[in-house]
Design a protein around this ligand. Structure first.
Ligand code: FE
Ligand code: FE
Ligand code: ZN
Length: 302
């Protein structure tokens, strides 16, 4: 097991640090590929999918080169990677087989991620596909109650959504409502997504503090475990989920920079999911680093 940064805790001896990385590929060599890609971005955290979003059987987790990966991470100062659950899981599905499939895939993913020694699985709460919000919230909570025994080492992070389609978990209240109905709430966290939040109608551009205040009142900031940092191709409140490159969308570079550097996000993995392989320059932009190949200086003070 590698030395992991402690999470955001009052008694944490860890030096608060900006953890910024991207959604990287595990093709062929598993963690080694993901970490090499992360190193190439001068990043210090990352996110992976351990199974294809096109379905099929998952690659055995024993083929992910865990030991070499964890020591490579240690040598390069990479911390707290996150796993994103397959998009094919819909824990709100009214269809019995789809719902059961979701439960088995997430249960299996918990095992896989615990084997890797990572702390977080991010997942989309679900889509009600016509059954309504209340139905979906009950259904997701029932699935989580089936999955969680309370002995898990990982935290399952509900991702806040954009309000597109029939998704739930868009408002902070909906997310809180799901959490409230789960027995082992101590195993649940939240992953904010700047594109989704802004698209849904939280004005994180002009009032990120207000968003955090609401988050704290409705959910509690202690549940904020991960952030997805994306610009948005669509306007404020559009209820669409179209990620744009950093600085090229309706949120803009300055607002995203403010978020990335906010003290509340210190030590919390922040992950880019933007299109088109520009991660290295986007990370440099967000960290105010020179846009040339220069020695890494990840901990930039405010
Ligand atoms: Fe997501
Ligand atoms: Fe996201
Ligand atoms: Zn999205």
């Amino acid at each position: 097991m590698f030395e992991k940064k402690e999470p955001y805790q009052a008694n944490s001896p860890a030096i608060p640090e900006i953890l910024l990385g991207a959604n990287v590929s595990v093709a062929k060599t598993g963690l080694l590929a993901a970490i090499q890609e992360t190193i190439s971005y001068d990043a210090n955290t990352y996110m992976i999918y351990t199974r294809s979003n096109r379905g099929g059987n998952a690659r055995p987790i024993s083929e992910f080169h865990r030991e070499e990966g964890l020591s490579l991470m240690q040598n390069h100062g990479i911390f707290d990677p996150v796993v994103h659950l397959s998009y094919l899981v819909n824990l709100a599905s009214p269809k019995e087989d789809t719902w059961e499939y979701g439960i088995s895939i997430l249960s299996e993913e918990i095992q896989r991620v615990e084997y890797l020694g990572f702390r977080y699985i991010v997942f989309h709460p679900g889509s009600h596909v016509g059954q309504g919000e209340e139905y979906a919230i009950t259904r997701i909570a029932a699935a989580l109650n089936r999955i969680l025994s309370g002995t898990e080492k990982v935290t399952l992070c509900l991702e806040t959504m954009a309000g597109d389609g029939s998704k739930v978990g868009n408002s902070l209240e909906q997310v809180a409502d799901i959490i409230a109905r789960v027995s082992h709430q101590e195993k649940l966290g939240v992953c904010m997504d700047t594109c989704h939040n802004y698209s849904f109608g939280y004005d994180i551009v002009n009032d990120f503090e207000g968003f955090l205040k609401q988050f704290d009142q409705v959910i509690g900031l202690d549940r904020l475990k991960c952030a997805h940092i994306n610009d948005s191709k669509t306007p404020f409140g559009s209820h669409k989920d179209r990620h744009a490159n950093i600085g090229e969308g309706s949120i803009g570079l300055e607002a995203l920079r403010r978020i990335v550097h906010h003290p509340i996000l210190r030590n919390i993995p922040q992950i880019l999911e933007t299109p088109g392989g520009k991660y290295k320059s986007e990370i440099n932009l967000l960290l105010n680093r020179p846009l040339v190949d220069a020695p890494s200086a990840l901990s930039i003070p405010l």
